[in-house]
Write a protein that binds this ligand. Structure first.
Ligand code: BDR
Length: 317
C-alpha cells in the first residue's frame, strides 16, 4: 500500500488530482492539508470536503493550513476555476466545516510522516506555504519523506500568472524557494509548460465526462467554467497555454501513483528567483551548475498519455 499525504488548494484540477488518488485501491491517503491558492482558504476547505463527499471518503482527515503566503506583498487570487474555486456550482447541502480535523495542517503532516518514516509520498499541487512552514518547524522532515511530487514552476520562463511565473510559485515565491532548497528527498516536478505540452484532446475530455456516474456528473458541473475559458484561449497569443484539456495538477498526482508514467525526466538543480520585477517566482534551471547544489530535481519531460487517460477514466467510475 502506498502512503500519501496530499497538499491542496482545491480548485478544479486539484479536485481531479485528488479523485485520481481516491480511486487507486493501492493507496492510503493519510491526510490532506489545505492551503490558500486557487481560492481563499475557507473555500479550499469546503471544496475538499465536497470532493470527499462525492467520493464517499469523508473519513480521510482534512486539515486547515496556511491562509496566506509567507511574505504577503501581493496576494495572487485566481478565479480561473470560478470564484469559489470549484466552478461556482454550489452544493445545496455542503458538508459542514465541523468535519475538519481539529489538528493544524502542518503539525498533522509532520506527525503522519514521523509515524511512517521513509514511507510517505508527499504530493503538493498548490502554493508551497505549508511545506515551507513544515521544514522550518522540523528541518529533518524532508529526510523522512519517501519522495515529493510537485505541480509548479516553469522551465522555459513562460508564465501563466506573471510574464515568467507559474501560479503556485508566484503565489508564494519564498515558500517555493525554501522547498526547492531544503527538500533533499527525491523531488519530481510537473512544470506549467510540461502540463501544456502534455494536454489531452478535448474529445477525450468529453468521453471522460460523459460517463454515467455520480463522480462524472459532479466533474462535468464543476469543470464548465474553466473548460469554457480554456477553449476560448487564443493560442496564437498565448502560445504557452496548451491546445487541449490540461489538468495540470493531475500530472504530479498521476506520477506519484504510478512512476512508470514518467517516460522521460531531466535531472537539474532548481531554485526560484525572488527579486526581479518580472521574474519573481520564476523557476531557475541551473543547467550550468553554478548554484553548486548537490540535490537535483527530476523535471518531467515526457508522459505516458495513454496510461494517463486510463487512470483519469477510472477515477470517475
Ligand atoms: C496551477 O495553478 C492553479 O491554477 C492550478 O490548480 C495549478 O495548481 C497551475 O499553474
Amino acid at each position: 500500500m502506498k502512503k500519501l499525504w496530499v497538499d491542496l488548494d482545491t480548485g478544479v484540477d486539484d479536485a481531479q488530482a485528488l479523485m485520481l488518488a481516491l480511486a487507486d485501491p493501492n493507496v492510503e491517503i493519510l491526510g490532506i492539508s489545505c492551503v490558500h491558492g486557487n481560492t481563499p482558504l475557507e473555500n479550499v476547505l469546503e471544496n475538499t470536503l465536497r470532493v470527499l463527499k462525492v467520493c464517499e471518503r469523508l473519513n480521510i482527515p482534512v486539515h486547515k493550513g496556511c491562509g496566506r503566503p509567507l511574505l504577503a506583498r501581493k496576494q495572487h487570487a485566481s478565479d480561473y476555476h470560478g470564484k469559489d474555486g470549484l466552478g461556482d456550482v454550489p452544493d445545496p447541502d455542503p458538508p459542514s466545516l465541523d468535519l475538519l480535523n481539529k489538528k493544524k495542517a502542518v503539525q498533522a503532516m509532520l506527525k503522519a510522516v514521523r509515524n511512517n518514516p521513509g514511507e510517505v509520498i508527499l504530493v503538493a499541487t498548490a502554493p508551497l506555504t505549508n511545506l515551507a512552514v513544515a521544514v522550518q518547524l522540523d528541518p529533518s522532515f524532508p529526510k523522512k519523506l519517501k519522495s515529493l511530487f510537485l505541480m509548479g514552476g516553469n522551465v522555459d520562463s513562460r508564465g501563466n500568472t506573471t510574464i515568467c511565473g507559474e501560479f503556485n510559485f508566484v503565489a508564494d515565491p519564498e515558500a517555493a524557494y525554501i522547498v526547492l532548497d531544503r527538500y533533499k528527498c527525491p523531488t519530481y516536478i510537473a512544470s506549467w509548460e510540461f502540463s501544456c505540452a502534455s494536454s489531452l484532446p478535448w474529445s477525450f475530455c468529453d468521453k471522460w465526462l460523459e460517463q454515467c456516474t455520480v463522480k462524472a456528473k459532479f466533474m462535468k458541473k464543476i469543470t464548465e467554467v474553466s473548460r469554457n475559458r480554456a477553449q476560448s484561449v487564443d493560442y496564437e497569443k498565448e502560445s504557452t497555454a496548451g491546445k487541449g484539456f490540461n489538468s495540470c495538477d493531475c500530472y504530479a498526482m498521476a506520477a506519484a501513483l504510478d512512476e512508470s508514467l514518467m517516460l522521460k525526466n531531466e535531472e537539474v538543480a532548481v531554485s526560484v528567483e525572488l527579486e526581479g520585477a518580472h521574474t519573481r517566482g520564476m523557476m531557475v534551471m541551473d543547467y550550468m551548475e553554478q548554484l553548486k547544489k548537490k540535490n537535483k530535481a527530476f523535471i518531467m519531460k515526457e508522459f505516458d498519455l495513454e496510461k494517463f487517460k486510463v487512470m483519469l477514466m477510472n477515477s470517475l467510475k
